[in-house]
Design a protein around this ligand. Sequence first.
Ligand code: SF4
Length: 612
Amino acid sequence: MAGYKNRVLRVDLSNGTLSEEPLEKALIQEYIGGRGFGVKLLYDELKPGTDPLGEDSEMIFISGPLAGTNAQSFSRYKVFFKSPLTGTYFKSCSGGHMAKEMKCAGFDAVIIKGKSDKPVYLWMHDGKYELKDAAYLWGLDCDDTHTLIREELHDPNIRMGCIGPAGEHGVKYAGIFSDRRACGRGGGGTVMGGKNLKAIAFRGHQKVELADKDAFAAAVKEQIAGYKANPMFANFSKAGTWIPEVTNTLGMYPTKNFREGMVPNWEELESSEYLKLLVRKTGCYSCMVHCGSITKIGRTKYAGAWTEGPEYETIWAFTGPMAKADIGLTIAADKLCDDLGLDTISTGSTIGFAYELYEKGLITKKDTGGLELTYGNSEPVMELIRQIAYRKGIGDLLAEGSREAARRIGKDAEQYAIQVKGLELPAYDPRGAKAHGLNFLTCPIGADHNTGYAPQEIFGAPVPKEYDRFTPEEKGELTKWNQDVTAFLETGILCSFMPSMGMLSDEVYGKLLVGATGVKEFADPAYLWHVGEKIFNLERMFNVREGFGKKDDAFPRRITEESVPEGPGAGQVFEQEKMLTDYYRARGWDTETGIPTEKKLKELGLGFTAGK
Ligand code: SF4
């Protein structure tokens, strides 16, 4: 079928076998691609109760039907696995150029299971594939791994996803890195490390066949016109996600482990300051937004440090938790995490958790090896990042993530682990944006912002209508809306920034899909919304099968009982029980258990999951 390569590669690392199979037509029809393929394949492949780091675990890399075409912002890949951090279904996404190379190498998906008895990497190019020795790469950081694989294969244009020392050492939130882009969250790099898989590398020259070239070209033209007309396009293109000024002004920039909503001297993090450090713009394959930036610091103790980004979450991760705005540290820490292979959000947030434990006396200088974790002092951050990546000193404990570290510490430390289902909260205080928070609570992978971003509350986006960010009213419906639109746009796989800015309508998306694949049903917005809802419910049912339910849709009591002390959000708490009930109702789920009803599952064509 056009748009797809119609081929899946299956790899068993335990016995070193590689085999091809066709992409099933029914999968395309029912799930379109990307996130749809990922959840269905993982649900079917993985037995309930599988140890994410055991031999039976699997991970699935997927490019979408629009990858490798000139549709904008679609050349992204996703990786699916059961998370060693959360124990849930997990999906993680990255831009860059890898998805295009994967597709043009001739594959829509790669399913990897087993565990190699020695370090290997997977090399796929123009329809061919092989496992190669990675013993000489083990221990190297992500930058060096990229360089040496390209040198070994004599091609500077190879793209790859690789792990650094953090993945090799089993840090529970190690990511997968593609140049300077990352599938950061949830421990995809940890799963790769557990399989002795250092990298998965691609190079391809095959064309992507289109069902109707003229219709596709017209749809791309319409997409580009829509981008240019969007009021957020120019700013986003210029400064990317540099929005600390937005969230500090709203009083929802989590500071001191989510106790406060504004970091002191936040003006030092304004986009105008960052633009002074800009070296050049960069971006992903076939995306006119070009939101990335190479930045270099030249005037502080971190002089010489450079990175691509940092984007908003990373800026926050190394400022808010320590209550210190230091633009130089954000750049240096971002680069260090990329090199060592760490998710910046969980790294910064878990360090912030340690700061509060230190303040409360639950850990001391003896535990930290002499590091003083006092608010306003972000000096220890770089050292803590290294200790986490190599599991040295207190880093060995923090490498487990805040929830597990708190369990091991005991002494009431759990209340200071600010997470949902084990995934640390990103850079938005849920008390200041209630639908945004409700998405953190109900998102299948834990507290993720991209699965159901609420632009209505953060940027005042008027679609589907305007909302008061503080009110809990109508937020069940709104959260469902944001989650479902994101789910169907990620079948493409569209960049997750686009739904958060309303950059692409369902109609234009449908035209792109039909032009590429020729499947007429994809033109119908109602069909797309149905697929989005179906994907989200199947993700929920994966977790239900693992024993998750309403009890796991829970914030720590800081968010539900302690009010924001001052600023625009002063007095706000998160009304968890009421909002969850509204949300379950909007979804057609049982309000007592948080489990989709059999009626709802059948309506969505997911009857096979009922009662599992
Ligand atoms: S908006 Fe930015 S991150 Fe998203 S695809 Fe474009 S360049 Fe990549």
